[in-house]
Ligand binder design. Sequence first.
Ligand SMILES: [Zn+2]
Length: 392
Amino acid sequence: VEDFVLHLPEALPDEMLYSLLARIAAVNGMRNHLHVFVTLFGQEKPSSIIRISQGLEQFCSVTDGAYGSVESILARYTVFPLLTHLNVRPRLDAHDRIKQRVWLVGGEFDYMGNTKHEWRECRSCRKEDEARFGFSYWRRSHQLPTTCCCPFHGEALTRKALPGKMLHERFWLPHETDQHPEPANPSLTPAAMKMLADLGKDALDDQGEPYPAEVVRDTFLEMLQYQGFFTRAGMLKLNDCVKAFSSSICVGKCTFLIDNEIRRLLMGLTDSNKSVALQFYLLVVYWLFGTWQHFKERCKWTATFNYPYGNTGYECFPKPQEHERQAALKYYRGVCTDFMRANPAGTRVEFLRREYKSFRWLLRNDSNWLDYRLPLSPRGDNQADLFKRPLR
Ligand SMILES: [Zn+2]
């Protein structure tokens, strides 16, 4: 290894880590692709190329920072930005996320154990690449599970299903996968397809500071609330949601798979024990907000109004001034006492329904006072448990 001079190809626009590693192996004439993981990642006995769970630091030092730091590699060449921006799980802090496995293969790129092993490319992108570079490469934005058309050209992506057993020992570049069958495209409306592709690309390119998980989750929940998807008792109307989502995205009837995915995502939002693949929340962003920019604006709004004091357990907001806190306390308690005065028989659920924002604020910031004034129903009515429990 001492005499080995490593040639490092320049990373191309929107290229994903897998593709970059495949090209490093190719230009350095490495026949055994598993050897990439020995040389670049310091692994002793690599058994598969489809993921890396360790060695990114080593990769940075062996490549002498040619592709940036660990953070910038994750941000630029993986689906990582999407996972941080769409995180709805308060428990997964930044430190834990960085230790997550990084999936390299397209079908696994959604990191939910998808066994479809599917790679996607755009014919126009490929033609342009081949004219310009003499080869083509895998683009990160094409591989998102919710992306079916090219965000640059708007045309449907060519999908290639590679048998799982092909994937562990060697890298594949687009021109090496031409014989593989193309599965049928899902029956999404062309408009939805394009918007989802743009959404995915914008989310991947979002270099902004991610909002804390509580803010992201509240942003989804408040939009659902605003659009009337909660019952009077605060339960999510799951079936109505799935129906509304399907009609916004599908030509004819949606596939069972998509319906199911939305159901799982919504349950993941309201039940912190449900584990869902975060990148699929792009579907919910599309449905509720249309564009990534609109979603981010609403997150900013939520952060400002629900967490003006940064009490999310995260460091990224400045600490509140005590006098600001006292002013807010006075204001929101005032809303509550006004409500109780006007509705002597009013219940906690009614308060939630009519003064949603104040209810949420008091629940978070002044829950003892709220519990005393408007106790939880002793019958334990089926008010959605997400409103009973502080979210952290
Ligand atoms: Zn394209």
